[in-house]
Design a protein around this ligand. Structure first.
Ligand code: BGC
Length: 747
């Protein structure tokens, strides 16, 4: 029974309010703030609006000079504060020289770019990296991206993308860390630390930009840019935590989202951009709009014309207008006619200048851009080694019946089949957002396998079919090869263009005729290993029912082929865990592990409970799932105390043993359920995890410390609180963790 006296609640609210609402904010010395004020006093209105204006270069063009005459004239007039997509130490240096030598105020410009998962050394897509559940490695991977970007003149990275996504139809699920607010927050913070480092001025640091604020991943029906409509509770409990975590980790900038939430477009929402972000969270950095998002306020039909769109955007708190040039062109008149106050403009300029000071551009406008460093770092051996390590840990072994994998050395002939196996489609192995990548830098699966299979093993290859199109289907030839082999490896999945921005799918099965090919291969009667490369969970029910081994490889980056060959041959034991639920079919979507109980929780014995008639409620592969070539056994889940008070911590231990014959890594996961509360709570929520390495026969006891933050939730008033009562803990190797124990919070 739960005690819920008013006094206890008030005390608890007081106790916990400070835990979740305020974050440490990055501030500059008072002397710098004073300097910024004095600069602003010297600026004309047009120069101020110039700081808030961002233009695109010739969109990641690799030619030498990337500004046209009109852009150069704007730059000289002080009408450009930042650039999108201009990279290269030489060219950014040339442009910066104009800004600091030929403009009246001599304010340096910022160069921004989307370095989402590596610049030249492309690492796995973020969803894949999240599958590692290894924040330290993810941080290193982000650092590699930052070093390469910084050497190439980039200052400001449009990453991390921290949008929670529960709908695999949404193509941008590939760019984030999946469905869980806790894992998403851990990954968000790791990436911010990786990009920004401890010292923004030190070589290799980039300004991070957490995006897309807010809840862009909540698009209805998973259709990109679509309407988002959710309760403030869901927004705060599930979608907002990773943005907050990025800010707490020190992110200096945020990007506003394209979507509306409950009738208000994010890029024109004073509640989001000012009340929540600045007042409640105390964020002192700057916000850039998403690409033309200010202009799109007209399409949302909350602005009648571009002047109104600009006024709404800026006065909501969107400081920089990315490429629509509305602030630059329309806001001078709005200020002169009194529709927009100069104070609002000044505040946005102050935020932009703060960031430029924080990054050290006033001391050294050329910062890290160095042609010699570019040569040394881009695709360096060390960077490729990080990409390989990251790829190893990103792979998730979904199924491995009768230990078909790793490929046994007795299998002397291997048939490698599929449109993602050969060297022709190498571009597809890196996934979305890899604009600087060259196919020749990517290791294909066939090349990886050739170099890692034991000498004497025959490798047969056929493409089998195309990724999406009907043409080029050649199952007959593929089956012929399969019949000659001891094992068939089918490498299937999505092309680069099938995930990422504007890449929503209404059918998330294997595209084109790939499933047909797989069925044909199975009919050859040889054991088949399915390797899937994709940017989202796919529906793989037939595959899971019929194929003995399935490897989720995602899009792994430049080292894809080497990483996969290491996994398939057993040189590396897979250890990834799913950061997102795999549904059985699309009708189950949205499907996520931390759902609510409902008033009629599913029961086999009772028809009138929450269920489908034609598919179980359970996922095909749950959140947190991932196998290894060894096995792990969990025991002794214990709490240090059976009762605690609301303000105290609690140690929770669990023992995990490697019960197989190979060394391996396991990700130990801890989930919590608040058994009864004044508002409905999820059936379980991930609260902690740890990756451990165990030799065969080795066991270890992992201890997690639960803090009051872990027990805090938003009460009926949406204010944080802890309530007395019982809690259940679950521990294991996935969200289906079977071990459980209990404790109580007492008043
Ligand atoms: C995307 C952003 C990206 C921006 C600049 C937009 O279309 O939504 O994520 O940062 O373009 O490239």
């Amino acid at each position: 029974m739960r005690h819920r006296t008013a006094l206890a609640l008030i005390l608890l609210v007081l106790l916990t309010a400070g835990l979740t609402s305020q974050s440490p904010v990055r501030t500059l010395a008072p002397a710098v703030e004073a300097k910024i004020d004095s600069i602003i006093r010297l600026m004309t209105l047009d120069e101020k609006l110039g700081q808030l204006n961002q233009i695109g270069g010739t969109w990641y063009d690799t030619k030498t000079e990337r500004l046209n005459e009109e852009q150069t004239a704007l730059l000289k007039a002080g009408s450009i504060g930042s650039f999108l997509g201009v990279t290269g130490a030489a060219e950014t240096g040339r442009i910066q020289r104009i800004a600091v030598e030929q403009t009246r105020m001599k304010i340096p410009v910022l160069f921004s770019a989307d370095i989402i998962h590596g610049f030249h050394t492309i690492t796995p897509i973020p969803l894949a990296e999240a599958s590692s559940w290894n924040p330290a490695l993810v941080e290193r991977s982000a650092r590699v991206a930052a070093m390469e970007g910084a050497a190439s003149g980039v200052h400001w990275n449009y990453a991390p993308m921290v949008d929670i996504a529960r709908d695999p139809r949404w193509g941008r699920i590939a760019e984030g860390s999946g469905e869980d607010p806790y894992l998403g927050s851990v990954m968000a913070a790791a990436r911010v630390r990786g990009f920004q480092g401890n010292d923004l001025r030190a070589f290799g640091s980039l300004l991070a930009c957490a995006k897309h604020f807010a809840a862009y991943g909540g698009a209805e029906a998973g259709r990109d840019y679509n309407t988002v409509d959710m309760s403030e509770r869901t927004l705060r409990e599930t979608f907002l935590p990773p943005y907050k975590a990025a800010i707490d980790a020190g992110a200096w900038t945020l990007m506003s989202a394209f979507n509306e939430i409950g009738g208000v477009p994010s890029s024109g929402s004073p509640w989001l951009m000012t009340d929540l972000l600045r007042t409640e969270w105390g964020f002192k950095g700057m916000v850039v709009s998403d690409y033309t998002a200010v202009m799109e306020l007209m399409n949302h039909r909350i602005a009648a014309d571009s002047t109104e769109a600009g006024i709404i955007g800026l006065s909501s708190g969107v400081d920089i207008d990315m490429v629509s040039r509305i602030y630059l062109r329309k806001l001078p008149e709005a200020v002169r006619t009194g529709r927009l106050s100069m104070a609002v403009v000044d505040e946005a300029v102050r935020r932009v200048l703060r960031v430029k000071f924080a990054y050290g551009l006033f001391d050294d406008p050329y910062r890290h851009a160095r042609p010699e460093k570019e040569k040394e770092l881009l695709l360096s051996k060390e960077h490729r080694a990080v990409a390989l390590a990251m790829a190893h840990q990103s792979v998730v072994l979904l199924k491995n019946e009768k230990a078909l994998l790793p490929i046994s050395p007795t299998m002397k002939t291997v048939a490698l089949i599929g449109p993602l196996a050969g060297s022709e489609n190498r571009r597809d192995l890196v996934g979305a957002w890899a604009w600087a990548q060259r196919p020749e830098d990517v290791v294909s699966v066939i090349d990886g396998l050739r170099s890692k299979l034991p000498a004497g093993t025959r490798l047969l290859y056929d493409r089998g079919c195309e990724i999406s199109s009907d043409s080029g289907y050649r199952a007959e030839q593929a089956v012929k090869l399969a019949k000659q082999a001891d094992v068939v490896i089918a490498v299937l999945g999505e092309s680069q263009r099938l995930s990422g921005e504007a890449a929503s799918r209404s059918d998330i099965g294997l595209p084109g005729r790939q499933l047909e090919l797989l069925k044909a291969l199975k009919s050859a009667g040889k054991p088949v290993v399915l390797v899937v490369m994709n940017g989202r969970p796919l529906t793989l029910q037939w595959e899971a029912d019929n194929i003995p081994a399935i490897v989720e490889a995602w899009h792994l980056g430049v080292e894809a082929g080497n990483a996969l060959a290491d996994i398939l041959t057993g040189a590396v034991n897979p250890s990834g865990k799913l950061p997102v639920t795999f549904p059985r079919n699309l009708g189950q979507v949205p499907l996520y592990y931390n759902h609510k109980s409902t008033g009629r929780p599913f029961s086999v014995k009772d028809h009138y409970t929450t269920r489908y008639l034609d598919v179980p409620n359970t996922p095909l592969f749950p959140f947190g799932h991932g196998l290894s070539y060894t096995t792990f056994a969990y025991s002794a889940l214990t709490v240090a105390k059976n009762e605690i008070t609301a303000g105290s911590t609690l140690d929770v231990s669990v023992t995990v043993a490697n019960t197989g014959t190979r060394a391996g890594d396991e990700v130990v996961q801890l989930y919590l359920r608040d058994d009864v509360a004044s508002v409905t709570r999820p059936v379980k929520e991930l609260k902690a995890f740890r990756r451990v390495s165990l030799a065969p026969g080795e066991r270890t006891t992992v201890t997690f410390t639960l803090t009051p933050v872990d027990l805090t939730f938003l009460g009926p008033d949406l204010k944080p609180r802890i309530e007395p009562g019982t809690f259940t803990l679950f521990a294991g190797g996935s969200s289906d963790a079977a071990l459980e124990t209990h404790f109580a919070v007492v008043p």
